[in-house]
Design a protein. Structure first.
Length: 449
């Protein structure tokens, strides 16, 4: 069909094995794999195809594109038996990939701005898979349940780790059907779970302690994609007392770069663990050079290693702006203690500067989630003439919510500087499809109020 080596092929995520087969097919054919979110809007699909100059779209939804490229369904591929002259010689099956060649373009979730395409190489994918395998001590016979979106880097990379490890991956589309999740864990004798904090919260809320019967069967649970609060950590430890519990820190740009086994490591709030197998961390001062950090002397975390992206797709300026002497700057403020454990205080963009006091949103969100009938919340900075910024708390609530009682509870949990000066009830806290709070949306709402 005129598709050449290094051409981009966009593939709609149908959250099944066919999607992973397409990823592997692109690797073997030396094409560049471009995942597209399941049920993405027509405009978003067109944007991705145009930005990457895709030469084909594989889909089942039936999107109409503004560019003239072939579109085929998964079913059409399944029905098309290869012939002897299909263009893949026998020796291709033992292909050795060029490690620094771009393998795929993954799009960020756009929590802080417009989603960006991130170019990932073959050796980057292998390094991230090894970070997962070594970090979780994944056994050869592991069976991991992945209910997270495979179009996002976290879920996709968990599958890659299972493939590289030679073990089994079981794919599900979310955790809302708890009975189905329960039956799947039993049927396939699942030995590990990959969850986001929001998926873990839903699963624990809907299934409760009934899941504890799997604590002997599950060797580990890994959590990633977003901030993991102390409440969920405590619940997981209570329900799975004999299961290893890991929290991964990373990004699409620098996958699975830090890991903490929080059930056995007693560290303070904000600890994200130690660097993964291929990762190295430093803390940068205000002048952009590494500093000896501490709780009293925090800076911007930066990471290097084989798991770093090659760069932003066709945006060298944005790529260069994040790199310092081989290290990729994160947006996180933190420090490294004397034992090598890394702590994150909050995102630089999200920190609330109240009269010179730096406040992390999570410091307010964690106790707020313990208020009666608060089902979700998010804290953002609200401009204030006297103080610079003050905390504003948005809450999503259920029945019987009592604002007065919630304020009383928070006043006992927070000091005066951290007490939210404004609490607003909204219908829904905006989150990305993988559970991250869209703070930019809430900050814009603040400015317009």
């Amino acid at each position: 069909m005129g598709i050449n080596s290094r051409d981009r092929i966009a593939v709609e995520c149908m959250q099944n094995a066919d999607f992973l087969f397409m990823a592997m097919a692109c690797q073997i054919g030396e094409f560049i794999f471009v995942p597209v979110e399941k049920s993405a809007g027509r405009n978003r699909v067109n944007e991705i195809c145009c930005e990457t100059d895709a030469k084909m779209l594989i889909q089942d939804t039936g999107y109409e594109l503004s560019i003239n490229i072939p579109t085929l369904s998964f079913k059409q591929f399944a029905e098309n038996e290869p012939t002897d002259d299909a263009g893949f010689p026998e020796e291709t099956r033992g292909l050795t990939f060029e490690p620094d060649k771009i393998a795929e373009i993954l799009y960020t979730t756009g929590t802080t701005g417009r989603p960006k395409g991130i170019a990932v190489t073959n050796d980057c994918n292998v390094a991230i898979a090894e970070n997962i395998i070594f970090g979780t001590e994944m056994p050869p016979d592991n069976v991991e349940l992945v209910p997270l979106p495979l179009s996002h880097s976290h879920g996709l990379r968990t599958c890659y780790a299972g493939i590289l490890n030679g073990s089994t991956v079981v794919i599900k589309d979310g955790v809302m059907n708890v009975a189905d999740i329960y039956d799947t864990i039993r049927k396939y004798h699942v030995t590990s779970l990959d969850l986001s904090p929001s998926a873990a919260r839903v699963l624990l809320k809907l299934a409760g302690k009934k899941l504890s019967e799997f604590t002997e069967q599950l060797s580990y649970i890994e959590i990633g994609t977003a901030f993991l609060d102390e409440e969920i950590k405590a619940l997981l430890q209570e329900v799975f007392p004999r299961t290893r519990l890991y929290n991964f820190y990373g990004s699409t740009e620098a996958g699975r770069s830090c890991i903490l086994e929080f059930a056995s490591t007693q560290k303070g709030e904000g600890c994200i663990g130690k660097p993964s197998k291929h990762a190295r961390f430093v803390v940068l001062g205000e002048d952009g050079t590494p500093v000896d950090s501490s709780e009293e002397n925090m800076g911007l975390l930066a990471v290097s290693g084989e798991m770093l992206m090659k760069g932003y797709w066709r945006d060298q300026g944005a790529s260069d702006s994040l790199m310092v002497d081989g290290y990729l700057k994160t947006s996180d403020i933190g420090y490294i203690d004397c034992d090598g454990y890394i702590y994150v205080f909050g995102r630089a963009d999200d920190i609330i500067n109240y009269k010179g006091i730096k406040i992390s949103p999570e410091e307010i969100e964690t106790p707020a989630l313990k208020c009666d009938s608060v089902t979700d919340c998010a804290c953002v900075p609200l401009a204030d003439r006297m103080c610079g910024f003050v905390p504003k708390l948005y809450v999503q609530v259920g029945e019987n919510f009592d604002m007065r009682k919630s304020r009383e509870y928070l006043s006992g949990e927070l000091d005066q500087s951290r007490f939210p000066k404004n609490i607003e009830v909204i219908e829904r806290i905006p989150r990305t499809y993988n559970g991250k709070i869209q703070r930019k949306t809430l900050r814009e709402r603040c400015r317009k109020a």
